[in-house]
Design a protein around this ligand. Structure first.
Ligand code: DUC
Ligand code: ZN
Length: 468
C-alpha cells in the first residue's frame, strides 16, 4: 500500500489506501469535525487530511457517521402461529438502506434445547444471509432455568447479553427465578436485558376486557397500562441490584419507567435504558379507528403524549442510553388479521428497522431534543459499547470496521411504505416528512446502499462476538 511521488525533484513515500472519504463532516458520539477518512482492507485506517487513495468518495456537505447499531430486532422470529415477516436477508437489506450496519437479534431456545444448540441453530439460519454484521442476545425462559450453568460457555461463544421477560406465558420468570438468572449473568460480567411489564396487571385487565366483550384492538392499550411497565421497571431494577447484575431495560415507553431508571443510575447502579422511535413519535390515538389499529399493536403499547414528552426529556438529559427499533414486522393482511376477532391474537410488533436514523435526525435533532452527537451516541456508539462491540462498531477510529454512513442533512423526503425495503405491507410512519437521509452506506468499506436502495453489493455480513 506504499507509493512514491516526485516532489520538487525529491522522491517521497506515502501510503496509498484503498478508499478515501473526503470533505465530509465527521459526527461521533463526542465531537463534530471536518476531516477525511482512509479505508484499507475493510477497516478505517486513518482520520486526517492529505490522505491518498486509489479511489476517493467526495462527502462535501454530508455528515460522515459510524454505521448505526440497532440493539433490538426480531428477524424471522417465530411468534405463536406465525413468524416476523422480515428474514435475515430482507431485514438486513432494509437496515442497511436506512444506515444501520449492525443488528443485534435474539436466540430463543426451545424447551429441551440447550442454549449452545439454540445459538448454533440461530447462527446457521443467519449464516450467508445477512448483508451486514449481526450479534445475538440469548433468551432465558422458564424452561432454561435448569441450564444456567451454560451461561459462561454462551459468553465464550460471543454472547454476553441475556434477555429475561416478566410477562408472556412460557417466557416469563418469577422474581426468584429472575434473581437466579441475573446472579448467574452478573457473575460472568454479562448484562441482562429485561422486558418489563407486570404480568398480573396485564392479565387482570385483559381478562376483564374480554369478559366485557372488548375484542377490538382499541382494548389493547387498556390491557397493558403504563403502571404495569412502571411497576415492573422499578422491581426489575431492585432485583438486578440485589443480584449484582448490570441491567438494560428494553423499550421503555413511560415517564415512570424512565424516571425509575434515572434514579437507579444516579445512585450508581449499572443500569441502562432503551426507548424506540414508536414511543417517541406515535401515540395511543392510533388504537382508535377500527381494525387498522392492529398495525400499531405492540407490547408495551403506544402511550399518551405526556409519556412521549417525558421520554424526549430523558433522552436529552442522557437518562435513556439507546434507541433500538424492536423491529418485529407482521403483514397487516395475512398476519395482523389473525386477531381480527380478538385483540390478544394480533401478533405484537411494529416495523421500523429502516427509518430510525432519519426519524431521529428529523424529530430529535432538528426539533432540538438531542444534539447531533447524542443522535450518534443513541443510535450507534452506546449500543455498541453496552453490548461489547465497541470500538469494532460504533466508532470512526483507526482499527474500527469501515461501517460508514454518508448522511445528507438537507435531503427532504416523505416516508412512504413503497420507499422502504422492509418485507411488510405498511409503515407506521407513512407520510412522515423527513429532513435528512442516509445517501450512501458502507459495510466493511463496501458500498451496500445508495439513496435508500440496496446496491446489490456482493457482500455478506458475519456474526460478531460481543465481549464483557
Ligand atoms: N413486543 C412486541 O410488540 N413484539 C416483539 C416482542 C415484544 O416484546
Ligand atoms: Zn423485542
Amino acid at each position: 500500500m506504499n507509493a512514491v511521488r516526485e516532489e520538487s525533484g525529491e522522491r517521497k513515500w506515502f501510503v496509498m489506501y484503498d478508499l478515501i472519504v473526503a470533505g465530509g463532516k465527521l459526527i461521533t458520539a463526542e465531537e463534530t469535525f471536518s476531516s477525511d477518512l482512509a479505508i484499507q482492507g475493510g477497516r478505517i485506517c486513518a482520520v486526517g487530511t492529505d490522505l491518498q487513495g486509489k479511489e476517493t468518495i467526495r462527502a462535501d456537505g454530508l455528515y460522515v457517521l459510524p454505521g448505526a447499531v440497532d440493539p433490538h430486532v426480531h428477524l424471522q422470529m417465530p411468534i405463536g402461529e406465525t413468524a416476523s415477516s422480515d428474514t435475515w436477508k430482507t431485514g438486513t437489506i432494509a437496515a442497511a438502506c436506512g444506515g444501520t450496519t449492525t443488528v443485534i437479534d435474539f436466540v430463543e431456545p426451545e424447551p429441551g434445547e440447550s442454549m449452545l444448540q439454540a445459538l448454533s441453530a440461530r447462527r446457521a439460519e443467519a449464516e450467508g444471509q445477512t448483508l451486514i454484521d449481526y450479534a445475538l442476545h440469548m433468551t432465558i425462559t422458564e424452561a432454561m432455568m435448569e441450564k444456567l450453568d451454560e451461561i459462561p460457555s454462551v459468553l465464550d461463544a460471543g454472547v454476553p447479553s441475556f434477555k429475561l421477560y416478566t410477562t408472556y406465558p412460557g417466557m416469563k420468570l418469577n422474581d426468584y427465578q429472575m434473581l437466579d438468572a441475573m446472579q448467574a449473568v452478573g457473575k460472568i460480567g454479562g448484562i441482562v436485558l429485561v422486558h418489563s411489564e407486570n404480568d398480573a396487571i396485564t392479565r387482570f385487565h385483559t381478562e376483564a376486557l374480554l369478559r366485557e366483550g372488548r375484542f377490538g384492538p382499541d382494548a389493547h392499550p387498556l390491557s397493558r397500562p403504563a403502571l404495569a411497565e412502571e411497576e415492573a421497571v422499578y422491581r426489575v431494577l431492585k432485583l438486578a441490584q440485589t443480584a449484582d447484575a448490570s441491567v438494560y431495560i428494553v423499550h421503555i415507553s413511560t415517564a415512570g419507567g424512565s424516571a425509575a431508571l434515572a434514579q437507579a443510575a444516579a445512585a450508581g447502579q449499572s443500569a441502562w435504558g432503551e426507548t424506540c422511535p414508536q414511543y417517541l413519535l406515535l401515540t395511543e390515538e392510533k388504537y382508535q379507528g377500527g381494525f387498522e389499529a392492529a398495525k400499531y399493536v405492540c407490547a408495551p403499547p403506544l402511550r399518551a403524549a405526556a409519556h412521549q414528552a417525558a421520554l424526549w426529556r430523558s433522552l436529552s438529559r442522557g437518562e435513556l442510553h439507546t434507541i433500538g427499533t424492536d423491529h418485529c414486522p407482521f403483514y397487516f393482511n395475512g398476519q395482523k388479521d389473525l386477531g381480527k376477532d380478538n385483540f390478544t391474537r394480533i401478533p405484537g410488533g411494529l416495523p421500523g428497522i429502516q427509518s430510525r436514523l432519519a426519524l431521529l435526525h428529523t424529530f430529535g435533532v432538528l426539533e432540538g431534543h438531542i444534539s447531533l452527537n447524542q443522535w450518534v451516541a443513541l443510535c450507534s456508539t452506546r449500543p455498541a459499547q453496552i453490548f461489547g462491540l465497541y470500538p469494532q462498531k460504533g466508532a470512526l477510529q483507526p482499527g474500527s470496521d469501515a461501517d460508514i454512513v454518508l448522511f445528507d442533512p438537507n435531503l427532504k423526503k416523505t416516508l412512504t411504505h413503497s420507499s422502504l425495503s422492509e418485507n411488510v405491507d405498511y409503515s407506521p410512519y407513512e407520510g412522515f416528512k423527513l429532513s435528512g437521509m442516509p445517501v450512501q452506506v458502507y459495510a466493511h468499506g463496501m458500498k451496500v446502499a445508495s439513496d435508500g436502495r440496496y446496491t446489490g453489493a456482493n457482500h455478506t455480513g458475519s456474526f460478531i462476538r460481543g465481549t464483557v
